[in-house]
Design a protein around this ligand. Structure first.
Ligand SMILES: *Cc1c(COP(=O)(O)O)cnc(C)c1O
Length: 432
């Protein structure tokens, strides 16, 4: 292996200073590289499929700011639309026509959504949807799945994936038992467990919330019949089905996982891609349910910056770009080239691995698999992943700094970028 050790002096200085200023030196935990070891690199700018760090190193990026950069970072049309919007001011705190435009786009695209409410993050969308589920059904309990992440609100910090999994924290201190007592959990892909919970809690379960394709415990796909089974069970028990499509919405298909798998939930949460890189979340669903949200109905939820004109603009432009013919075929093509390539290299170099992709979302676990749920995912060799991650970084490839995060490609990634990534992986995996 060639010595590709990169110079990261400035990153190290800045991160060292940051650690005195902000807890762990970051604004969100996984960014600190705790689970892969070593120091994070500090970004200076992003463009297309690439990022540059403060020391001037260039990397091919497979995080895409955790999903939103699906058209490529700093897409010229998004930037230009933002410039125009910026001239009119940064926040209105009042109705604005851009909200109508994005709302119509979301309603047209996402099968379950007849009305939508914009918020500022995926966390907010999930908090609000839970209140709505409970209000609509007049029931308190909710079922979530082990390893699924629905933001950091108290009631979801039970067997949550993402950073919580990455850092090996059980649940979080500070979360009252009384709040999580009504959060029931089941293993992903386990319909029998869900059925049992419904039987043990008759007429008490407001609904089931899940990532229809898991991305926060690594990349885990639903088994055939799982989503359909949840749809039937919830209907049978008078409960709501909620897809948390904050990650999968406009990512694995324009209409999200519900369009891809043909299973329509009652409510949907969104975020990431619909903000085009600005802070946006949304929740929507059947008109009858959404009509309960204030001020149309009694279920309170509000936001100073919600429906922000800049965020709406970035979302609208991003969805416009995504709605062009062939975009998801392209994402599928290059991402499959990457996912298949990584598996082949692992097999050639004697590393047990499993993984795959759906459109521009992918994953690779260092375990023979198969991975159907969080327990399976935890069998992955995280120490090996840490060494792989560091090796790839030194080869100019930026992967999510955790075994338990999905990866993302964009329309800006070229087949040559993928080839270069696979060549780096071959080099790194041969010497692990
Ligand atoms: C990222 C994510 C969230 C939280 O969104 P934030 O914007 O980070 O608050 C919720 N659910 C899922 C499935 C996510 O991937």
């Amino acid at each position: 292996m060639v010595n590709t050790s990169i110079k990261t002096t400035k990153s190290q200085e800045i991160f060292a200073a940051a650690q005195n200023l902000m807890p762990g030196g970051v604004s969100s935990p996984v960014r600190a590289f705790k689970s892969v070891g070593g120091q994070p690199i500090v970004f200076d700018r992003v463009n297309g499929a690439h990022i540059w760090d403060v020391d001037g190193n260039k990397y091919i990026d497979y995080v895409g700011t955790w999903g939103p950069a699906i058209c490529g970072h700093a897409h010229p049309e998004v930037i230009s639309a933002l410039h125009t919007a910026l001239e009119k001011g940064t926040s209105f705190g009042a109705p604005c026509v851009l909200e109508n435009v994005l709302a119509e786009m979301v309603i047209d695209a996402v099968p379950s959504v007849e009305m939508v409410r914009f918020v500022n993050s995926g966390t907010e969308a999930c908090m609000a949807v839970l209140r709505l589920m409970r209000a609509f059904t007049n029931r308190e309990k909710v079922i979530k799945f082990e390893g699924c992440y629905h933001g950091h609100a108290d009631m979801f910090l039970v067997k949550a994936g993402s950073g919580v999994a990455t850092l090996g924290l059980p649940d979080s201190p500070g979360v009252p038992k009384s709040v999580t007592a009504s959060t029931l959990t089941a293993p992903f892909n386990d319909l029998e467990a869900v059925k049992a919970l419904f039987e043990q809690n008759p007429n008490e379960i407001a609904g089931v919330i899940l990532e229809p394709v898991v991305g926060n415990a690594g990349f885990i796909t639903p088994d055939a019949g799982f989503l359909e089974g949840l749809r039937e069970l919830t209907q049978e028990h008078g409960a709501l089905l909620v897809f948390d499509e904050v990650m999968t919405g406009f990512r694995i298909a324009y209409g999200g996982a519900q369009a891809k798998f043909g299973v329509t939930p009652d409510l949907t949460t969104m975020g990431k891609v619909i903000g085009g890189g600005l802070p946006v979340g949304a929740y929507g669903g059947r008109r009858e349910i959404m009509s309960m949200v204030a001020p149309a109905g009694p279920v309170y939820q509000a936001g100073t910056l919600s429906g922000n004109p800049l965020a709406m603009t970035a979302g609208i432009k991003t969805l416009e770009l995504l709605s062009k013919p062939g975009t998801y075929d392209y994402l599928e093509k290059i991402t499959k080239q990457l996912a298949d390539g990584l598996l082949k290299i692992c097999s050639d170099t004697g590393h047990a691995a499993c993984g795959g992709n759906i459109s521009g979302m992918f994953g690779l676990f260092f375990t023979a698999g198969p991975v159907h749920n969080y327990e399976d995912a935890k069998k992955a060799d995280t120490a090996k992943f840490g060494r792989f991650h560091r090796g790839m970084l030194e080869h100019g490839i930026y992967l999510a700094p955790s075994q338990f995060e999905a990866g993302f490609t964009s329309l800006a990634h070229t087949p040559e970028d993928i080839e270069q990534t696979l060549a780096a992986a071959k080099d790194v995996l041969s010497s692990l």
